[in-house]
Design a protein around this ligand. Structure first.
Ligand code: FES
Length: 226
């Protein structure tokens, strides 16, 4: 039986979300493919988090590990954090500063834009081993994301079908982002936590101003006294 026929949306409409969409592994896999790896732009970082050429940080597109760098050209770049050799994580730390990205497994070295620069023992040792003559560095770089900025916000996508970032965000949402992030934000620090739940619960919670209104109401002394 297909997922479509099994999952009946309640007749009441979008305000009645079946609990199953928060727990079904098949739905989750489709979300990873269609949303996080699909034709969408995902927030990666604030540009100010990588002020100097050589700064890098690691993040995720869904479950796909990603490196974001400030290249020597001053531009922002992003690539999948999986070595082109055997898939090892290239950057192990949350953030750092480096001249290049070197995989700890067999020392394949990439530049800050994800291009493969060198391979250990490429010519072998004493005439033995090494890569075949047909091996070309330019065929084995890290998988690159499209990267674009909306003000200080840096977004990335693995999809060539995602529309230009400005069109994707649109004028209405864009004007609201500009209102909140007017000027250049000063980064005081960062914090993160792991939530053991489906990603949609958090997204929905931060869009749920119903509870925020209640908090404000109950924090007013007159409201508490009734
Ligand atoms: S897995 Fe990265 S160099 Fe081998």
């Amino acid at each position: 039986m297909s997922l479509q026929s099994e999952l009946q949306w309640p007749a009441e409409g979008n305000a009645r979300v079946p609990y199953r969409v928060f727990s079904d592994p098949e739905i989750y896999q489709r979300e990873l493919a269609r949303i996080f790896l699909g034709p969408t732009w995902q927030f990666l970082t604030l540009a100010g988090e990588l002020p100097q050429p050589g700064d890098y940080l690691t993040t995720f597109l869904g479950e796909t590990p990603v490196i974001v760098t400030r290249g020597k050209d001053g531009g922002l770049h992003a690539m999948v954090n999986r070595c082109a050799h055997r898939g090892n994580l290239v950057c192990l730390k949350r953030r750092g500063h480096a001249d290049n990205l070197t995989c700890v497994y067999h020392a394949w070295r990439y530049d800050l834009e994800g291009n493969l620069d060198s391979v250990a023992f490429r010519r072998g040792i004493a005439g033995k081993g090494g890569m075949p003559a047909s091996f070309r560095l330019e065929d084995h770089g890290l998988k690159k994301l499209r990267v674009d900025r909306f003000g200080e916000l840096v977004f990335g996508t693995l999809s060539s079908d995602a529309p230009p970032l400005g069109d994707y965000i649109g004028n209405l949402i864009g004007s609201r982002i500009h209102r909140v992030l007017y000027g250049k934000p000063k980064i005081l620090g960062t914090t993160s936590q792991i939530l053991h739940n489906n990603w949609k619960l958090y997204f929905e919670n931060v869009r749920d101003t119903y509870h925020a209104t209640c908090c404000i109401a109950f924090s007013r002394p007159s409201a508490c006294r009734g």
